[in-house]
Design a protein around this ligand. Structure first.
Ligand SMILES: [Cu+2]
Length: 286
């Protein structure tokens, strides 16, 4: 019996350790993932530090509580104390928590400040949320496009479609036009919405940012590993809220440059068509 329990505990521990190392959610995963950016890893380490502090506090507080409850119970002859307060004890149990909070606030604030600092970004992508898709615009590059749920998933999700969602790759987590960013570059995002509030969230990047009509929120990321990172709208935004996924592809610099150049030439209006596609507003005299 003891051996069995030991085996179960060992398996559980191994599961925890192995899943903690992975970037994508796994069945029975209990912990946060470290993600793929320096911000997400800072957040992960901060989370582990604070969790550790909370566990130690929990053990000390509950240990003292249960010790007192068993050691000083009535059946053991304990009598109620007569004093109503003790200034020394009150000062101690105020100062210690304040000190612990300050110790925790220091790294938390440092991480938040770093995550909010969008300076020195190489370029900016404007993200706009719509019911129920995303629009990406590479500011200053003349590249912009809509990004919506793939056709295959959209068909499979319809009632009575007869299509088994299990046969659709990355069901509800794939888009027609993913956002492409270069690896190793600081990319700034300005995030807004055109109808209702949405929220742009790719867990591996380590943050989510609300997309609010009339407001511009900022965020940044720097992904060092090439890869495909998936996310979803994280603010209930209407009936198809669950059907506006996000896909970010991080490509090595050269591949990204080639992709951007190709997008640019594909989206550039043909000579002579400029006047039609972008009418010049009439001059108004004030
Ligand atoms: Cu949404």
């Amino acid at each position: 019996m003891k051996r069995q329990l030991g085996q179960i505990a060992g398996t559980g521990l191994a599961l925890l350790v192995s899943t903690a190392a992975m970037a994508n959610p796994e069945r029975w995963q209990l912990n946060m993932t470290p993600g793929v950016t320096s911000s997400s890893q800072d957040v992960y380490h901060l989370h582990m530090l604070i969790l550790g502090i909370c566990v130690v506090i929990g053990i000390v507080v509950f240990g003292a509580m249960f010790y007192a409850m068993f050691k000083f119970r009535k059946s053991k002859g304990a009598v109620p104390a007569k004093f109503s307060h003790n200034t020394t004890a009150e000062v101690v149990w105020t100062v210690i928590p304040v000190a612990i909070l300050l110790v925790m606030a220091w790294p938390a604030t440092k991480t938040l400040v770093k995550m909010a600092d969008t300076g020195d970004a190489e370029f900016t992508v404007k993200v706009t949320g719509y019911q129920w898709k995303w629009r990406y615009e590479y500011l200053g590059e003349d590249v912009k496009f809509m990004s919506s749920l793939t056709r295959a998933a959209d068909e499979a999700r319809q009632l009575g479609s007869g299509i088994d969602p299990n046969t659709v790759d990355n069901y509800l987590l794939d888009v027609d036009n993913p956002l492409v960013i270069p690896t190793g570059a600081k990319v700034r995002f300005v995030i807004t919405a055109d109808d209702v509030i949405h929220s742009w969230w790719v867990p591996a990047l380590g943050w989510k940012q609300d997309a609010i009509p009339g407001f511009i929120n900022e965020a940044w990321t720097q992904v060092d590993e090439p890869g495909v990172y998936r996310g979803q709208c994280a603010e209930l935004c209407g009936k198809d809220h669950g059907f506006m996924p996000i896909v970010v592809i991080a490509k090595p610099r050269a591949e990204f440059d080639a992709w951007l150049a190709q997008q640019k030439s594909a989206q550039a209006p043909a000579a002579g068509a400029v006047a039609q596609s972008e009418p010049v507003p009439p001059v108004t005299k004030s």
